[in-house]
Design a protein around this ligand. Structure first.
Ligand code: HEM
Length: 322
């Protein structure tokens, strides 16, 4: 227990604090007197959180599908939380950079290892039925997934790889954004018609994504890295952490995710249509997307072989290393 003198001292500090902001301490003390004690469930808004799993069908496994998406979105939020601190950081201290990148990697590791909940944890027959009630929604419409990309690298590096060389960071964000890889993936090659999934996503999120891209134009994680003094850029722990982040975000997570598409949607030669309407077998493989956040960290060969383990694994299993 604190002594009476200690408490008097605390009260005079409080008086000072409230006086400085033109407030009356006594009214705040009344508030303290009447306030309820805080509980765990109120603090984390548990009732609200647990009320957000609302299936659209009666198949029990749909609830797993909803919850796992929600869990993933919360991890995406944790990743963004660290990314934003890096983007806002003015100190340029390498230890801070490394720590944030390592935290992000620890979140990705959880997401990658837990993806088995999707791949093995639902009955295929149930999935194929309840998914029909979700059309045309798709994880493709995850805005946080797109924000993570925008905070990580320059818009130019997100342009579809077949067009990337014809753009530079000098191009306007709006122009680069029109050629971003995921728009191409959800556009019919022959007709140029966008999927409804893409149209709805663009209508809802384009202004926000463009605003963020402009805001972090010179302060994305890649931009911050490039601005470091040459000697600091060679820091081994930093390079290791950033490479791991790149591979986690652009190879390992996409590969696990694609595993679920194969488990549920691959059928003999002809794939089942995805709810988002992409030609997913051509769209999802990391080696076809070739999204790389920090290209300066790799050799030409490494960039050419980006995500290629998977292609070897599927098409040349005997050559594959895993
Ligand atoms: C059984 C589980 C899953 C299947 C079968 C599946 C399937 C697909 C397919 C086929 C696509 C391509 C777009 C389309 O045409 O719809 C896609 C995209 C996407 N999905 Fe999933 N998905 C699953 C779980 C998840 C989960 C749990 C998340 C977590 C948020 C997620 C996030 C995404 C994202 C971010 C994309 C866009 C990827 C990109 O643009 O490269 N998916 N998904």
């Amino acid at each position: 227990m604190k002594s009476k003198e200690d408490i008097d001292l605390q009260i005079s500090k409080l008086e000072e604090k409230y006086k400085n902001s033109g407030q009356d301490l006594s009214s705040y003390l009344d508030g303290l007197l009447y306030q309820r004690y805080l509980t765990y469930w109120d603090y984390i808004h548990l009732d609200t959180l647990l009320s957000l799993q609302i299936p659209r069908t009666h198949f029990p496994d749909e609830e797993i599908f909803i919850m796992y998406h929600q869990i993933t979105e919360l991890y995406f939020k944790l990743i963004l939380h660290e990314q934003k601190q890096l983007v806002d950081d003015k100190t340029q201290e390498v230890d801070f950079f490394i720590e944030k990148a390592n935290r992000i990697n620890s979140y990705y590791r959880v997401l990658i290892s837990s993806f088995s909940i999707m791949i093995n944890g639902m009955e295929r027959e149930q999935f194929l039925q309840y998914r029909m009630a979700l059309l045309p929604a798709s994880g493709f419409q995850s805005a946080q997934y797109r924000m993570i990309e925008i905070y990580a690298t320059s818009m130019k590096n997100l342009v579809h790889h077949t067009e990337r060389a014809s753009f530079s960071s000098e191009n306007e964000i709006e122009e680069l954004y029109e050629h971003i890889y995921w728009k191409k993936g959800a556009t019919d090659k022959a007709t140029g018609e966008k999927t409804l999934t893409l149209k709805q996503f663009e209508y809802r999120y384009t202004p926000r994504l463009i605003r963020i891209a402009n805001q972090v134009k010179d302060s994305s994680i890649y931009a911050k890295y490039l601005q470091l003094p040459e000697k600091v850029k060679q820091n081994e722990s930093l390079i290791k952490a950033l490479k791991e982040l790149d591979v986690n975000a652009n190879v390992n997570w996409p590969l696990m995710h694609m595993g679920s598409a194969y488990r549920y949607l691959a059928k003999d030669k002809k794939p089942i249509d995805a709810t988002g309407g992409t030609n997913w077998k051509e769209y999802l493989p990391p080696s076809f997307q070739k999204v790389v956040f920090f290209p300066e960290l790799y050799s030409k060969d490494e960039l050419n072989d980006w995500g290629k383990q998977w292609v070897d694994h599927i098409f040349n299993p005997e050559k594959s290393t895993h």
